[in-house]
Write a protein of this length. Structure first.
Ligand SMILES: NC(=O)c1ccc[n+]([C@@H]2O[C@H](COP(=O)([O-])OP(=O)(O)OC[C@H]3O[C@@H](n4cnc5c(N)ncnc54)[C@H](OP(=O)(O)O)[C@@H]3O)[C@@H](O)[C@H]2O)c1
Length: 173
């Protein structure tokens, strides 16, 4: 998959080692496209690639490590993507978590918000220049309607910080 050889459409799917992402990648691999499997765990990613490749016979499949709970990981992912590709035709933001446990991302944000929203927000914005080079660039966000039950508590300092962080992200891109 060299920069000069980009005749096929290029698509990235996040969270493909299992669940919905795996099924989406299986279907896409049967089309004539270059597929990037963005996985947190590269061993699991390679296993998924092997299964998908065996079924689809598509050799243009690449596993790239991506942890949406880390802004530096996301930035490195996009940098690495740019070393091999000039254009992106589709981004499917599928990866996500649902947990009632309190946790933080590497950058100190609440885990679910960080992985499901802020991480994909940064990823999508950093990939926009590549998507803009495509005639039919598409962004697909897979979400859950569980968001309807959540709400921000602006009295909570950590949540207030997240709003600030989002604004900062927008300015810093
Ligand atoms: N299944 C449903 O009924 C349902 C309903 C509504 C919405 N959704 C949405 O559909 C999407 C996929 O759901 P699913 O049920 O297929 O989920 P799943 O089986 O739990 O798979 C989630 C995927 O996201 C990856 N992931 C988790 N944290 C990550 C991180 N920090 N960085 C990168 N990847 C990460 C997981 O990787 P690891 O294996 O490494 O953890 C896994 O590949 C999610 O956005 C979810 O909110 C699902």
């Amino acid at each position: 998959m060299k920069k000069s050889n980009q005749t096929r459409k290029v698509m990235i799917v996040t969270g493909v080692n299992r669940g919905i992402g795996f099924e989406v990648a299986r279907k896409l691999a049967k089309q004539n496209i270059s597929l990037i499997l963005a996985c947190r765990n590269d061993v699991e990613g390679e296993k998924a690639k092997e299964k998908i490749q065996k079924e689809a016979g598509n050799i243009q499949i690449k596993v790239m490590r991506l942890d949406l709970g880390s802004f530096s990981f996301i930035r490195n992912f996009v940098k690495e993507f740019g070393q091999s590709f000039q254009r992106l035709d589709g981004l499917i933001n599928n990866a996500g978590i649902f947990t009632m446990d309190k946790g933080l991302t590497e950058d100190g944000l609440e885990l679910t918000m960080g992985v499901n929203y802020f991480g994909p927000f940064l990823l999508t914005n950093l990939l926009l220049p590549f998507l803009e080079k495509s005639k039919e660039g598409r962004i697909i966000n897979v979400i859950s309607d569980a968001y309807k039950r959540g709400k921000f508590d602006l009295e909570n300092i950590r949540e207030r910080r997240q709003v600030l962080e989002l604004m900062l992200l927008q300015n810093l891109l």
